[in-house]
Design a protein. Structure first.
Length: 123
């Protein structure tokens, strides 16, 4: 009897949502860029890193490079909207782990990762 199927399915759904999200035309970053940068974080966010208090180094490197690349308002809004879209289908625990990533990785972002964030206010 396997109990891991639900987690794998949930991971696939989260990635699919990221890949299917259409970004604003003026943004240079895309949701695919967000997926690529943050894919090392997926195991940590979904709880697959049993007992891991901190995200892996590759995850933090991806977060740092993503937010360093998001230099314009459209790019920052694209990242925010992509994260908001994904978090809307995540569990409360997953949202909590995702929201902890910037602080854990030493990256300051001007919003909290959540389904309720208003990305139109991100500048």
């Amino acid at each position: 009897m396997s109990t891991g199927g639900g987690t794998s399915s949930r991971k696939k759904k989260l990635l699919l949502l990221l890949l299917l999200f259409v970004t604003a035309a003026e943004a240079q970053l895309t949701c695919n860029d967000v997926v690529t940068s943050l894919s090392p974080c997926l195991n940590f966010v979904t709880g697959g890193s049993t007992g891991a208090a901190l995200p892996p180094a590759g995850c933090c490197a991806g977060i740092k490079s993503l937010f360093a690349a998001a230099q314009t308002t459209p790019d920052r809004r694209t990242v925010c909207t992509c994260l908001k879209t994904v978090s809307s289908s995540a569990t409360t625990a997953q949202i909590g782990r995702a929201a902890s990533l910037p602080t854990a990785c030493g990256v300051a972002i001007p919003y909290k990762i959540s389904p309720q964030v208003d990305c139109s206010k991100v500048n």
